[in-house]
Structures are given as C-alpha cells and as structure tokens.
Write a protein that binds this ligand. Sequence first.
Ligand SMILES: *Cc1c(COP(=O)(O)O)cnc(C)c1O
Length: 407
Amino acid sequence: MSDHGYFGQYGGSFIPEILYSSQQQLLKHYREAMADPSFIADVKREMQQYSGRPTPLTHCANLSAQLGGAQIYLKREDLNHSGAHKMNNVIGQGLLTKRMGKKRVIAETGAGQHGVATALISARLGLECTIYMGAHDIERQYPNVFWMKQLGATVVPVTTGSQTLKDALDEALRDWTSSFEDTHYLIGTSCGCEPFPEMVAGFQSVIGEEVKEQAMAQIGAMPDKIYACVGGGSNACGIFLPFVGTDTELIGIEAGGRGDGVGEHAKRFNTDQAKFGISQGYATMFLQDDQGQLAPTHSISAGLDYVGVSPILADLSDRGLVRMSSALDTEVVAAFKQLMLAEGIIAAMESSHAIAGGLREAASLDPSQNIVINVSGRGDKDIFTIAKALEDEPFKDFLRSYLEGQD
Ligand SMILES: *Cc1c(COP(=O)(O)O)cnc(C)c1O
C-alpha cells in the first residue's frame, strides 16, 4: 500500500538511528505475519471470541424519517469489547508482539481509551505493559487510569510539555530506544513511523470489510457516503480503505472545537494553522506555530485532540479521495442527543462528530440514498463531559454527595 512507508509526501521513518534495526525487524515480522494464514486466523478468532465481531450495521429508521433524507445506517464499533474500535488494533499488534517473542509492550494514551485497550490485551496475552500518559490527562481521565492499574499495567505520568498525548507519544518513543530488544511499541492510531500507519489501518480495515458485506446483505447496494471522525485517523482509515476508489464518497470529520482560533480546535485540514512538518517519527500536516512548535488543541472529545494526523488520510485528502470536514462542540452535543433520543444509542463524543457531519448532510439527500456513519465508540465513558455539556444539575449533586460519603 505504501511506497517505503510514504503515502504521497507524507509518512516515512524519522526515527533515531538506534531504533532503525528494531523498526526493520518489526517491518519484517509484520510482512511475514500478514502472509501467514495461521496468524490471520488467530487475529480473526480473537476478534470474534474476545471482542465480539462482527459488529452490527444498524438501520436508524426513526432518525432517517426525522430528517426526511437519506437512510442512515450506523456501523457499531461501540459494541466491541472495551467499547471502541481500539480493540481491533490491540488484538493485531498484541498477537504480533507474541509472534516476535517480545514480552513487554509500551503505549501512549491521551484520554486513556488506548491505554485501557492495551492493558486488557496485555492481561489476556500475558504481556508486561507500561502506559505513558500526560500528567494533565491523568487528572482529567482518572477512571481509565484506575482500570489500567487494576489490569496490572504500570502508568507513567509524563510531565514534559503540555503534559498531554503528544508528550506521552514522545516519551513512549524514548522508552523504546532503550527497550526495543524485549519491547514492542503498541501505537494506538494510524500515525508514527513505518510500518505503524499501514499496520494500524490494516488491522482496522476489518470495519470497512464488514460494512461491504453487511451493506450487500441488508441494503443490497454499497452506501452512497461513509462518515467517520478523525483524531489520529485509525477508525476513519479502517472504514474508508476498503472503499477507496469506489463510488462511495468518504467524509472525515475533525474536531471543530469552539471555533477557528489558535488552540480552540483540532483541525488539520481546511485551516492554514496546520502545515507540513516532521515530528513524532513521521511527516504529515501538523498544527504548529510560526516557529514550527506543535500547537495546543482543543476538543470536547479527548480522543480527537491530536496535533498530527494519519499520513494515509493526508494523502487521500490531497488526492481528492477523501473529503475532510469538521463539527463544532455545540453541533456534536446536539447530534449526540438527537441520536440518543431517536434510536436509544449512546455514542462517544468522538463518534458524535461523525454523526453531526452525517446528519448535517443526510437531510439534503434523497430517501433512496444510504449513508453509513461509523460509531467508533460508546458514550458511557463520557458521562462526566456530557453531564457538564448538558448542564445536568442532579448529576453535580450526585457527585458532591458521593464525595461527601453519603450513599
Ligand atoms: C481514540 C478514539 C478515536 C480517535 O482515534 P482515531 O485513531 O482517529 O480513530 C475516535 N473514537 C473513539 C471512540 C476513540 O476511543
């Protein structure tokens, strides 16, 4: 798929020389594994028996009727074990770690979703697990930190820079330079040096492959449009890649946050605040200031709050094969609520970006058309954020009385 790790002008391998041999070793093992039917069978078995695949394609009759446009279908990645598409990737890389004979994995995490998924698969496969997480994120996402620790993982607070995801990624890379002999770096999204973008997108492509089969069986046609939210880009790559070059239009939705001001959003497309750059092991469009320093980001969803983006998506966008759009925090909360009340589905804040993008366009389409929206994860995890956004006073009272120890 890639040309020596390049997708157009994006991607590549910008890593310290000391990592070169372990990166080459990973590349070799990955290629061999993907050509080995027994490895593919192991991945498939874990996806079925551990994570519950295939996930359903759900028709939203009420929501479609409300909007009076296209038929809306949801790909239910929220029904994976751990509640998000992240499980697809950790199963693949976890099994690859075993195959390489390594006994330890390290990972970066922002909101903690990838950290929890990595800790889960590590417990199942008997791997040691260390998670790097920004100190600021640890404060904001303590429930996920709690579960990582309960699962036996070591959580290392990162206190450099903005103490968030990009700093955690740098720190994980630093660990890898001294630990690569027995450690695999289990990156959480379709970014980083070769072969990570292609490998993560590959393990996630099961999403789009299933949509193809399910669309044929349930609709009798391929969807006209597919929507996915874009953080690092792994759920979008996963659902898009099997459709690239077909008649299905592919639309990525980024975090529009509070607006276009610097630090108010996480849009790496359709903004002049993102420029071509090289950081964190690869080349892509990064949000950066005039000095080339990575810029701060904001999103109501912790998982879309990243300064870089998959080199695969940056290239597909350049080539006009994927259209990039965005949704504001306020639109996201409205779409979240509309879906929940119409269909009884609680989507993650990240996924609600894709829903906002899809609903915005569905109304102007014909009822004979079909769109698929990827629900990358479930929203239960967002209860604190959502209660705050919806200004739910009883929830505040509950938290207060819980802290005071009154049952
Ligand atoms: C992590 C996460 C995302 C963003 O990551 P991508 O690599 O862009 O897919 C989106 N949705 C959910 C539910 C997540 O946990």
